[in-house]
Structures are given as C-alpha cells and as structure tokens.
Design a binder for this molecule. Structure first.
Ligand code: ADP
Length: 261
C-alpha cells in the first residue's frame, strides 16, 4: 500500500514566487531547535525539532549486554533502536517495528559508530533509543543528528559529533533539506551524514534520478548546510553547561550573601 496516494501530491513543488511550498528558498533549511539533557532517566539525551519533525534520543552505556550472546569480547557494541510513534504520521502507523525502522536503525548505527571508541569497551553495549514523535521527511537525518547529541550528553568519549541532512531534486531543481511531501513527490532524495573529526561521509544514500554533476553540486550545498546544523549542535551542548555554570554561581552567591549576614 503506498504511503501517500499519488493523486494527493501537489502538481508543483514551487510556488509562483519561486519559493518552495513551505516558503523556503532552494538552499534554506527548515527551522531547527535542539536541546540536550531532556530525559532524567537516561545517561544522555537530546530533543530535536526540525521543521515538523520532533525526535527524542536517549542513550545508555557503557553497560552489560542483554542478551549476553551479543557481547563481543574485544570491543563494545552500539545498538540503535529507531521508532516512529503510531501518531507520528497522518495515517496510524503500526506500533510494531517494521522493516523500514529496522533498516533505519542499522543505517543510523553505521553513521554513528565511526566516532565512538568501541574498542575501549569490550563486553559492553551502548544503546541509543530514538522516538520520532512527529514525522515530516528526513527523520533518519534528524535522528542521526539528535542521537549524536545524546551520545555527547552522556559523556561518552567521541572523536567528533555527526551531523546529517538530506538534499535532493524537486521539479527539476536542486534543493536541500526535503520536507515529507518533497521527499515523496520529488525526483531525488540523497540523505548523507558527516563525521567532523575527519570530514568524511558516514552515510550516503540515494533514491531517484540525478546526473553526476547534479550530485556533485548537491553535495557541495549539503556540506554548507551541514556546517550550519553542526553549529546548532555545538550551541545546544554548550547551553546545558552554561546553564549549570550560572546555577552554580547563583548558589555560591546566595551562600556567600547568607554567610555575610
Ligand atoms: P525519512 O524520514 O528518513 O525521509 P523515508 O524516506 O522512508 O525516511 O520516509 C519519508 C517520510 O515518509 C517520513 O519522514 C514520514 O513523514 C513518511 N512516512 C514514513 N513511514 C510512514 C508510514 N508508515 N506511514 C505514513 N508515512 C510514513
């Protein structure tokens, strides 16, 4: 069964004024908001709003592996569980994890693994739980981006953060950060992720039609946009520590004031 009936797609993905249906320019990202340390019971966590996508990530580890037979004697393992809630899409999604969720979990794991020092944690596991609360295109990229933040928030040693984004082609034009409708009705979708410690891609998927030249141009725009998202990740991480610092200073000040009286 198709996810969206083809007849429901808009005829054009650009408006008369040359903007995309949501009012963006071709190289404009959807609005992005991120926050770390949002779940008390996790070792690390993060929340991301990216356009209409809303995603939580929670991290546990290093901890004992369950089931035990998955443990590796010479290294730790990374386990990623990407899930979309039943209410995350227009039609009720089946609650049981489907093939798509399993595949995306694996893809996100492959994106994140290069930045971890798994060889330093034999016999243990790092677990990343991702819940997509609202989905509107590019959820694997949003999930990778927020999962990297949650890993960092857990204080897990990392070579760098990972940032992910989808670029593509709609109505014959190259664009960045495809929305749900652009993803479905457009000609090409190219999700990618970058590991910043070596500036290499840890994800490059491709679905649709594009020339090699278009692909090169798309990758150039992707790198520019990825840098913009990376800055937001850094700001989100720093904000938590600035808030803690301010709180500590306040407490010290009130203690000093109390002592002087
Ligand atoms: P991504 O979210 O990474 O772009 P897909 O290309 O598979 O992954 O999905 C594109 C969009 O299609 C999703 O973001 C979501 O909005 C929608 N979608 C995915 N799975 C379903 C589903 N089971 N039912 C309805 N919509 C879905």
């Amino acid at each position: 069964m198709p996810l969206v009936i083809k007849d429901e797609y808009p005829e054009k993905l650009f408006r008369e004024d040359g903007k995309r249906l949501d009012g963006r320019d071709k190289t404009e990202l959807r609005p992005i908001k991120m926050e770390v340390g949002v779940i008390n019971n996790a070792d690390g966590s993060a929340y991301l709003e990216w356009g209409n996508n809303k995603v939580f990530a929670a991290v546990y580890g290093p901890r004992e592996v369950h089931p035990h037979h998955l443990a590796k004697p010479d290294r730790g393992i990374l386990r990623v569980f990407y899930r979309m809630t039943t209410f995350s899409v227009f039609e009720r999604k089946r609650p049981a994890p489907g093939r798509r969720e399993k595949e995306i979990s694996m893809v996100i794991g492959d994106c994140l693994e290069p930045v971890l020092f798994l060889e330093l944690y034999p016999g243990t596991s790092f677990e990343v739980f991702i819940e997509v609360i609202d989905a509107d295109g590019g959820t694997r990229c949003a999930s990778t981006t927020v999962a990297a933040l949650a890993l960092a928030d857990a204080g897990i040693p990392m070579k760098s953060l990972v940032t992910s984004l989808a670029v593509g082609k709609i109505d014959g034009e190259l664009v960045i950060d495809l929305s749900g409708i652009e993803d479905k009705a457009g000609e090409a979708d190219l999700p990618c992720a970058i590991t910043w410690y070596n500036d290499e891609l840890s994800l490059l998927q491709f679905d649709g039609d594009m020339t090699l030249e278009e692909m090169n141009t798309s990758m150039d725009s992707a790198v520019e946009a990825l840098k913009e998202i990376y800055e937001k990740q850094l700001t989100a991480l720093k904000s938590k520590y600035i808030a803690i610092q301010e709180e500590t200073l306040k407490q010290q000040e009130s203690k000093t004031d109390g002592g002087e009286e």
